[in-house]
Design a protein around this ligand. Sequence first.
Ligand SMILES: Nc1ncnc2c1ncn2[C@@H]1O[C@H](COP(=O)(O)OP(=O)(O)OP(=O)(O)O)[C@@H](O)[C@H]1O
Length: 246
Amino acid sequence: MSALLEVTSISVSFDGFKAINNLSFEIGGQELRAIIGPNGAGKTTFMDIVTGKTRPDEGRVRFGEPQLDLLRLSESQIARAGVGRKFQRPTVFEAQSVRDNLTMALSNDRLPFAVLRYKSSTRDGERVSELAREIGLSEELDRTAGELSHGQKQWLEIGMLLAQDPQLLLVDEPAAGMTLGEREHTTDLLRRAAETRAVVVVEHDMEFVRRLDCKVTVLHEGSVLAEGTLDHVTANSEVIDVYLGR
Ligand SMILES: Nc1ncnc2c1ncn2[C@@H]1O[C@H](COP(=O)(O)OP(=O)(O)OP(=O)(O)O)[C@@H](O)[C@H]1O
């Protein structure tokens, strides 16, 4: 089976410094993958390239079936093609209810004005209830998003991304600032989301990565240093040297 995302030999330099160095990476259609690596390893830059925020100097980024050349698409075209990205800090509409946030996210166009003009239907109502169940916020639908805990806001934002039904979801440090219980819930949520799509999680918290129980890619100096189960990569002496042993 061909990969959903195929990144081949990409490099990018900032002022002569190679943040991504001949990086190749593949992810399958229904796969959960964790990306770990020390500060400055290139994790954010990798996500910036996949989402079209940063253009590589060299290499190819192919996505979907039939394959799209993501390097020819703008950020919004890439989002519409099925790549969702969750940034570290939640960006929900704080003054709106959880229900309204999810309903607005069902609009295909997330540009602010399109979102405000969006009119919901009964089918949307069912989908919103389903999404709320998926993210564990069924009881909170009528609360304003601003009242939610940090963890609940993160789940709401994941729900808003799932509303768009992306084929690939990129998630940046979801566990940061969460309680243990919230982390466990987040692990379940991401694992479930990856049953029907690809989910790539960038995370520093090793306990969280362990709970994800998925293939791990270790980045270092803009390239893949090791790949495999968490036990496999954490037993690798190079990984210990550059990352875990510090
Ligand atoms: N726009 C930019 N201009 C200049 N340098 C940049 C830019 N973006 C990233 N870099 C540099 O590229 C390197 C890789 O950065 P990146 O943010 O991708 O690493 P990271 O693995 O996400 O790190 P962290 O775990 O700290 O978030 C770093 O040395 C960073 O300073």
